[in-house]
Design a protein around this ligand. Structure first.
Ligand code: FAD
Ligand code: DLZ
Ligand code: SF4
Length: 502
């Protein structure tokens, strides 16, 4: 049972027999250091794993649990399975398919029979996405989502969508209000188990990017549910209205901050959607809040799982736009003069969290505009967020954010100039760059790089219906102005690559 498989109804458990089988769980450097995970993420997983092991024992399971600092620890998942196999003499391993191709392969390569059962913790039954995708030219989330609404009955009135239309996203793109009522996620004081884990992680991962303290995450299903209930009452009502907005002084806005709990198995995706559906039906929240949230889970989350599985192991290495620039040091906390990027990275370092628009339209947007190699971008996202696992992170980064899959997930690249960030946040007021300046010494880098990106990829995007108009604007721009933009963008990138503070 892996660190993100902490669910009582996990397929490997329902296939197993407590009178015969041993549950193997292991804290290993092979996973903890597979990428430089944020210390809060490792502390969260190890705490939740230890508590889950204790619960399983109470339920009558025999659990062989390896702590990270156990001298006998082989420090890999296959190594621990083999060590436990030698101790307990089993004939086979029963597993739930991991959410990372590297581990699926490692289990397949074991010198023991390993049965990898489908992960049934998703709302779509195994195989549904493949059936839906078969024979389709384009795999657009919106159509998959509508089928998921029909399948689950969530926000449905008979055959029709509640509120009269399927998608209320147009109501969820408002600039930030001056005040957010929601006080943010519930904080949990570390208990004895968590405190032990924190001292282990503090000593073993002291050099890693990310602040371990203060540590406030929920680490068991009861706490995760208490946090979700708190958000349902206080956060959900404003979720739609503030969904895309960003404030320098509020990293969480009305977001649910449940990705880490859903992905590790502490919350159930269908149950959280049913709770939101009930709030809407009781008249306590507007349709744009309820629909906006439910779409993220039964739409985007399920669709991303399907894409990851459908596209296979080479997906993380896609690079449709042939971007090759190394990831700048400011992604790892080096100073930057860009207030928006600085705020998103700082919050990521402090909380192992940034909300969707910060990930997509600040850090992701910058990486795409600057032509950064998508593979290190993918490794960065996989490392720094507490909710990041390959199955959900790669379709979001390689597909949605970096357009590196050539347009499977996104019908156009998610790029914008500084104007979008200015409209949706209060970052620009405190920035050394001038968001209104398109060229010149003070020009916002997003403005320069936006047109440079359009120019570099004009041939590819001229035939894209959603990009053609922008390419035409570039084509029509005066020659001298184009030359200035391209020269200034190039000079910016040279300074950035040289490690200057930009
Ligand atoms: P909320 O905004 O409150 O949304 C509720 C839930 O909806 C989330 O917890 C999540 O389970 C689901 N959801 C929302 N958007 C998406 C999406 N695009 N894909 C899948 N599920 C979604 N999400 C991850 O779970 N893990 C990742 O590693 C991850 N990497 C991302 C990288 C990039 C570049 C981008 C643009 C998005 C990424 N996302 C990822 C999606 C999304 O940003 C996070 O799910 C969300 O920010 C988590 O915070 P929350 O729980 O407060 O979400
Ligand atoms: C992310 C992670 C980390 C940091 N550590 C462990 C670990 O020590 N033991 C474990 O079983 N799982 C860990 N995980 C989660 C796995 O990396 C995850 O199961 C795969 O990436 C598939 O999603
Ligand atoms: Fe970001 Fe540009 Fe605004 Fe500065 S001016 S915060 S770099 S968008």
């Amino acid at each position: 049972m892996l660190g993100d498989q902490l669910t009582d109804t996990l397929s490997a458990l329902t296939e197993a027999n407590p009178a015969r089988d041993t549950v193997v769980m292991a804290e290993v450097m092979g996973e903890a250091a597979s990428v430089p995970h944020h210390p809060k993420k490792i502390a969260f997983l190890f705490s939740a794993m230890r508590k889950h092991a204790a619960r399983l024992r109470m339920q009558g399971w025999r659990v062989a649990y390896t702590k990270l600092d156990d001298p006998a620890n082989t420090q890999t998942i296959p190594g621990e399975l083999l060590r436990r196999a030698a101790e307990h003499g089993p004939t086979e391993v029963i597993a739930t398919q991991p959410g990372e191709w590297r581990l699926i392969q490692a289990l397949e390569d074991m010198p023991l029979p390993v049965h990898q059962f489908a992960d049934r913790r998703f709302i779509a039954p195994p195989g549904l996405f493949e059936t839906w995708a078969a024979g389709r030219g384009q795999l657009r989330m919106e159509y998959f989502y509508r089928d998921m609404r029909r399948l689950t009955g969530l926000l449905m009135e008979g055959e029709k969508p509640a509120g009269g239309k399927w998608n209320h996203d147009a109501d969820n793109r408002k600039p930030p209000p001056a005040i957010i009522d929601y006080p943010g996620p519930l904080h949990f004081t570390p208990d004895e188990i968590v405190t032990d884990v924190l001292s282990l992680i503090g000593s073993r991962f002291a050099e890693a990017f990310g602040d371990l303290h203060p540590f406030w995450f929920a680490t068991d299903p009861v706490q995760a549910q208490a946090h979700f209930d708190h958000w349902l009452t206080h956060g959900l009502p404003g979720f739609g209205d503030t969904q895309d907005a960003m404030l320098a002084g509020n990293g969480f806005m009305n977001h649910a901050v449940i990705g880490l709990y859903l992905n590790a198995g502490l919350l159930d995706p269908l149950a959280v959607c049913q709770a939101v559906d009930a709030e809407y039906r009781a008249g306590r929240v507007a349709i744009n809040a309820a629909e906006g949230f439910i779409r993220q889970i039964i739409g985007w989350r399920e669709y991303m799982r399907g894409i990851w599985h459908h596209e296979g192991p080479d997906y993380a290495r896609r690079n449709a736009l042939n971007h090759t620039r190394p990831l700048p040091a400011f992604f790892w906390g080096a100073p930057t003069r860009m207030a928006c990027v600085g705020a998103a990275v700082r919050q990521t370092r402090e909380q192992a969290y940034a909300h969707h628009i910060q990930r997509l339209m600040v850090t992701g947007n910058f990486a795409l505009l600057a032509g950064i190699d998508p593979f290190p971008v993918h490794e960065w996202y996989l490392s720094v967020y507490a909710d990041a696992y390959e199955w959900v992170e790669t379709p979001n980064v390689i597909g949605m954010s970096q357009f590196a899959d050539g347009g499977i997930v996104a019908s156009k690249p998610y790029v914008s100039s500084g104007a979008y960030i200015d409209r949706m946040s209060d970052y620009c007021g405190g920035c050394a760059h001038d968001v209104k300046a398109r060229t010149g010494a003070t020009a916002c880098p997003f403005n320069l790089l936006y047109w440079d990106f359009v120019a570099r990829h004009a041939d590819r995007f001229r035939t894209n219906p959603r990009m053609a108009q922008i390419v035409r604007s570039w084509d029509r721009m005066e020659k001298d102005r184009k030359a200035v933009i391209r020269a200034e963008a190039a000079a910016f990138l040279v300074r950035m690559d040289a490690g200057e503070t930009v």
